[in-house]
Write a protein that binds this ligand. Structure first.
Ligand SMILES: [Zn+2]
Ligand SMILES: [Zn+2]
Length: 289
């Protein structure tokens, strides 16, 4: 329920459940991450949200059930852009599970031109770089550079933690960098190993597209940015959206370790690095110590 007081830009939300207390539980799980499908879960003790629905709705329901997360606790889907590896299950989730989905006007236009059965009731437009509130989370969408009509990342605050998710971006532009640097928990793309891509059998135009400023982040790009910007406040780094054909978890880790060691960076005891599996859900990761 939302109350709007005339003359005030402040929106007051009355929670349906006791979510305003200090959060005791804040969990993240990657259901799938990579060029074949992306879907992430973020939940508190009462509710959860999904970020992207790039695998089938059946798989999403199955994975959530396996983790004892009731479907009715999911309060919506945040959508980063219109590529199929981010919206494959969206239509069924909105139609069969009546879930609302949240993205910008421009991204909605690009999605609805192909996904015509998404019910109008599920279409929720959000502004760029302005906070909105959903299910106990303060959420802000920020623009990233990628070859879709528009692509966004999400910065989510809950329980005193800052979570940033940026999975499809050709380079880390000025609009995205502050949100990535501010994260305590970061999900960031490390899509391709430069050597594997250059020497692989993709056609030239596709290699150029992937490597362009509007394509994807390579292992060296991501590692260099992290080495330059890692702070004590960044507790967990999840390296995400690995290419099936041009990357391996070992290459991601090797590049990161090498870059960190060249810069003399050592992780403190609390910092964790996780490479998200392309097809298998991760364990549930707790964000509250
Ligand atoms: Zn993608
Ligand atoms: Zn994409």
């Amino acid at each position: 329920m939302r109350l709007c007081l005339p003359g005030f830009r402040l929106y007051l939300y009355i929670p349906l459940s006791p979510v305003n207390k200090v959060l005791m539980k804040l969990n993240f799980c990657s259901l799938s991450s990579g060029s074949s499908g992306n879907c992430y879960y973020l939940g508190n003790e009462v509710h959860g949200i999904l970020i992207d629905a790039g695998i089938s709705a059946t798989s999403i329901r199955k994975f959530l059930k396996n983790m004892d997360i009731p479907m009715q606790t999911i309060m919506g889907v945040l959508v980063t852009h219109n590529h199929i590896d981010h919206i494959r299950g969206l239509e069924l989730l909105t139609r069969k599970n009546t879930l609302p989905a949240f993205t910008t006007n421009k991204i909605w236009k690009s999605i609805l031109s192909s996904q015509k059965k998404i019910p109008p009731d599920s279409v929720r437009e959000i502004p760029l770089t302005q906070k909105f509130h959903l299910a106990g989370f303060d959420i802000e969408a920020f623009p990233v550079c990628h070859d879709a009509p528009e692509t966004i990342g999400f910065h989510i605050c809950a329980g005193g933690k800052k979570i940033t998710i940026a999975t499809d971006l050709g380079h880390i532009c000025q609009t995205a960098a502050p949100y990535i640097k501010a994260a305590n928990f970061l999900v960031i793309e490390s899509n391709y190993d430069e050597h594997m891509l250059v020497n692989g059998n993709y056609p030239h135009f596709l290699k150029s597209r992937i490597r362009s400023d509007n394509g994807h982040l390579g292992n060296h790009q991501t590692s260099a940015f992290l080495a330059e910007n890692i702070s004590e406040n960044l507790n967990v780094i999840c390296l995400a959206h690995l290419s099936k054909n041009n990357n391996t978890p070992e290459k991601v880790l090797q590049t990161l370790q090498q870059t960190f060691s060249e810069k003399g960076i050592t992780l403190n005891g609390k910092q964790r690095i996780s490479i998200l599996n392309r097809n298998i859900p991760t364990e549930m990761i707790s964000l509250i110590d």
